[in-house]
Design a protein around this ligand. Structure first.
Ligand code: PHE
Length: 452
């Protein structure tokens, strides 16, 4: 067993940082609209199954691999099986995935930051309740050249600065401040949304199971969302696993993270849908929900109140996005530090710059370069598909196969039981899920993603 170089100061610190990674744009921007689209309560049931049976198994697997080896995915796999160095390919696939996700993440987080500023300055309120004007504003903004890039750059630089502060003084400290703040913000917004007239229609939309809308595509979306939302399948949790204190109970920690992430996603739905229905609006706005439908909702409230709630909402998304972005960039920087032996600062700087450049490309794909297509998608949509459908399941699949079939079982058992000091009654179920259930489900996602 390797000695721990970098670590979070406590279990709570580890949980806060990992919840910070898990709770992000996926919970607030993506979960509500896909849940509504694929049958509300029906989707929720399938999602919960995937989250706890597959997502959490993957999280535990990544934690086991990271903490056992004290390495990033650059070296973790070959440390466990020195005779099979080829498995380090998982680290390489993970880094590619992270690179694309983080570029898109900088960009969308930049949009949200810009909307936060717009709600503070009254620009958003100035658009009134005119749906066309609000949609046009978003279309013009997201396809413009400079503003999205400037905000994405600011967001990326702040992320880089926090990471440079280190594991405890940077990542852990900021997560311990921002996560409780996020919880308060979302609860305030839920109360506001639930007390609007006609709120119950929104709750019905979110929770009443409509199995006719739960298509095969919906089931696959649920699995993809479960992986994305728990930040698994890219090696980030291998890196965070290496920072988890050695006496921490990995099973309990994973349950806390998984449950918190799921709760926040549901609360995001509760904060959004009752308000949308209360204004008589259609929730089926897809990704435009946050940028087109919600501003209309805020603008139906009395001017100052609307601006305050708009600002609180966009601040919530900024906070959620920041702590996820930290883990994404940390995943890249830690990998580079280990591969090339570069100091933390330098690796962070290199990846901050490279991902900003990629974010510029993705942003221009929405506007000036929108005629440029890859396999029939513009650059933004291509990257989005790559991030959500293909790359994470590939990396996740390789990870569970490695844990279930390749690495020595003694290492798994030993790490989960903290060298025999903890009872692990769940162990057989865990191993069964990792060996059979998760790989089969992941292969199904991949095959269907490719066929579509
Ligand atoms: N889990 C984050 C979200 O829900 C996204 C993320 C994916 C973060 C992978 C880190 C690693 O938005």
């Amino acid at each position: 067993m390797a000695e721990q170089k970098n670590s979070f100061s406590s279990s709570i610190g580890a949980i806060m940082a990992a919840v910070g990674s898990a709770v992000g744009l996926g919970n607030i921007w993506r979960f509500p609209y896909i849940c509504g689209k694929y049958g509300g309560g029906a989707f929720l049931i399938v999602y919960l199954l995937f989250v706890f049976l597959i997502g959490m198994v993957l999280m535990m697997s990544e934690f086991v691999i990271g903490r056992r080896t004290q390495h990033t995915p650059a070296k973790a796999f070959s440390t466990l099986r020195p005779d099979k160095k080829g498995w380090n390919i998982i680290g390489v696939v993970g880094v590619f995935t992270l690179f694309f996700i983080v570029s898109q993440y900088h960009l969308v987080s930049g949009w949200v930051t810009s909307y936060f500023v717009d709600s503070c300055t009254g620009t958003l309120a100035g658009l009134g309740q005119n749906a066309d004007a609000i949609s046009q504003y978003f279309a013009d903004f997201s396809s413009s050249v400079w503003r999205p890039i400037i905000f994405a750059t600011i967001f990326a630089v702040i992320t880089g600065i926090i990471i440079t502060g280190g594991v405890q003084k940077g990542i852990e400290r900021i997560s311990k401040i921002l996560m409780p703040f996020l919880l308060i913000l979302i609860l305030v917004l839920c109360v506001r949304s639930l007390t609007l007239p006609g709120a119950s229609k929104g709750l019905a939309y979110l929770f009443t199971p409509d199995f006719s809308k739960l298509t095969g595509e919906g089931i696959l979306a649920a699995l993809g969302q479960a992986l994305f939302s728990l930040s698994v399948g890219m090696g980030v949790m291998v890196v965070y696993g290496s920072y988890i204190p050695v006496d921490d109970n990995l099973f309990k920690t994973s349950i806390w993270i998984t449950a918190s992430d799921t709760l926040i996603a549901i609360l995001a739905g509760v904060a959004i849908f009752p308000a949308v229905f209360s204004c008589g609006l259609e929730p089926a706005g897809g990704p435009g929900l946050v940028f087109c439908v919600l501003p209309q909702v805020f603008n139906t409230m009395p001017a100052v109140v609307g601006s305050i709630f708009a600002a609180l909402f966009f601040l919530l998304v900024v906070v959620a996005a920041l702590t996820s972005n930290i883990s994404l960039l940390e995943g890249l920087a830690a990998w580079l530090s280990e591969t090339a032996n570069t100091p933390r600062r330098k690796s962070t700087l290199i990846f901050t710059v490279c991902t900003i450049l990629m974010a510029c490309v993705v942003s221009l794909g929405n506007g000036a370069w929108s005629d440029f297509h890859i396999f029939g998608n513009n650059i933004f949509d291509f990257v989005d598909r790559l991030n959500s459908i293909y790359m994470p399941p590939i990396c996740a699949l390789l990870t569970v196969i490695f844990l279930g079939w390749v690495m020595p079982e003694k290492d798994v058992r030993d790490e989960l039981s903290n060298h025999g000091t903890l009872k692990i009654g769940y162990y057989k179920v865990f191993l069964f899920l990792a060996r059979f259930v998760a790989p089969i489900a992941l292969i199904a996602v991949l095959v269907s993603g490719i066929m579509n």
